[in-house]
Write a protein of this length. Sequence first.
Length: 123
Amino acid sequence: MKRICYYKRMNNRSYENMNIRKGDGMREFLHNEEQLIDMAELFKVFGDSTRIKILCHLFDGERYVQEIADLVGASQSAVSHQLKILKQAKLVKSRRQGKLVGYSLADDHVKTILGMAKDHLEE
């Protein structure tokens, strides 16, 4: 089954939410130093293969820390640390259920970023 390329479904509202008009591209974005720094920080978060593995495992839905640790082959402590970084970057969200904490992707934008990166590498 072929996955949908989420970025192909972007419409004018998506560009408005990013504070970028479709016709302008990224020019206006260049004038906001704070946003440029934030974008650079976001890309740094994607610079770790363990974090990418975690995001990919969360692509299909919520998982618990121990489950993620088993899937990525890392300790629960290491995964918790990476999840903290991902949560601070607003890429994942958490939901407490008793003593367990479930993690999932924060929104469809994260899926879009991952999908675009995968498509780019497969070109």
